[in-house]
Design a protein around this ligand. Structure first.
Ligand SMILES: Cc1cc2nc3c(=O)[nH]c(=O)nc-3n(C[C@H](O)[C@H](O)[C@H](O)COP(=O)(O)OP(=O)(O)OC[C@H]3O[C@@H](n4cnc5c(N)ncnc54)[C@H](O)[C@@H]3O)c2cc1C
Length: 168
């Protein structure tokens, strides 16, 4: 199988031989000189669904949700693990705060604090999916990059979102 940039929805990983996967990866990262990727054994293959999901609030009584249990982002923004770590840091701070002061304020704010970042990352990841993939019904208008390429403010917005949102 050969593709120019993406595979259709519904593609099964088994349709891609290891050789075809390596060849596609080589094609995508080729540098134009004699540098080559070193091939190795492929230990796992899967097609990642582009999903967005948020469980709001991220708390039920004494149960606190964190990471992928609470929110899924498509991998296009590279935000999933960062969000998960952010949740855990926020939760750990809240536990320490309660132990040291006796106040449950930060635990009570946990869900809202995390969700402020989560929704930003969800939006960013969704936008990146739209930017990096072409829907079957996309028009030439959908693939234009004038807004990002032509505005310093838009570039800054993209860079800020890519490098991460502040922990609350
Ligand atoms: C292809 C791909 C690329 C990605 N790239 C990036 C990236 O570049 N940057 C980034 O930040 N994030 C990235 N992510 C997302 C990131 O991997 C996840 O967001 C992150 O692993 C979530 O961590 P987690 O601990 O919340 O959940 P998970 O890592 O999913 O851990 C959950 C664990 O719970 C276990 N489990 C499930 N059910 C049960 C059960 N009933 N009992 C016991 N154990 C159970 C699972 O086996 C698993 O080990 C990517 C994800 C994918 C799929």
């Amino acid at each position: 199988m050969r593709t120019t940039d993406q595979v259709p929805a519904g593609t099964r990983a088994e349709e891609w031989t290891d050789d075809a996967l390596w060849a596609e990866l080589e094609r995508r990262v080729e540098t134009g000189d004699d540098w080559r990727l070193e091939r190795g054994p492929v230990t796992q293959k899967s097609v990642t669904p582009m999903r967005s999901f948020v469980h709001e609030p991220m708390r039920h009584g004494r149960l606190f949700l964190a990471g992928g249990a609470a929110h899924i982002v498509p991998p296009t923004g590279a935000k999933g693990l960062n969000l998960a770590v952010g949740d855990v840091v926020t939760f750990a701070r809240a536990l320490v705060h309660q132990r040291e002061t006796g106040s449950a304020d930060l635990l009570d704010a946990y869900s809202a604090t995390c969700l402020a970042r989560v929704w930003q990352a969800e939006r960013f990841s969704f936008d990146m999916t739209t930017l990096l993939h072409r829907a079957p019904d996309a028009t030439p208008f959908d693939t234009r990059l004038d807004r990002i390429a032509g505005s310093r403010a838009a570039e800054t917005d993209l860079a800020e979102a890519y490098t991460g949102f502040r922990l609350g």
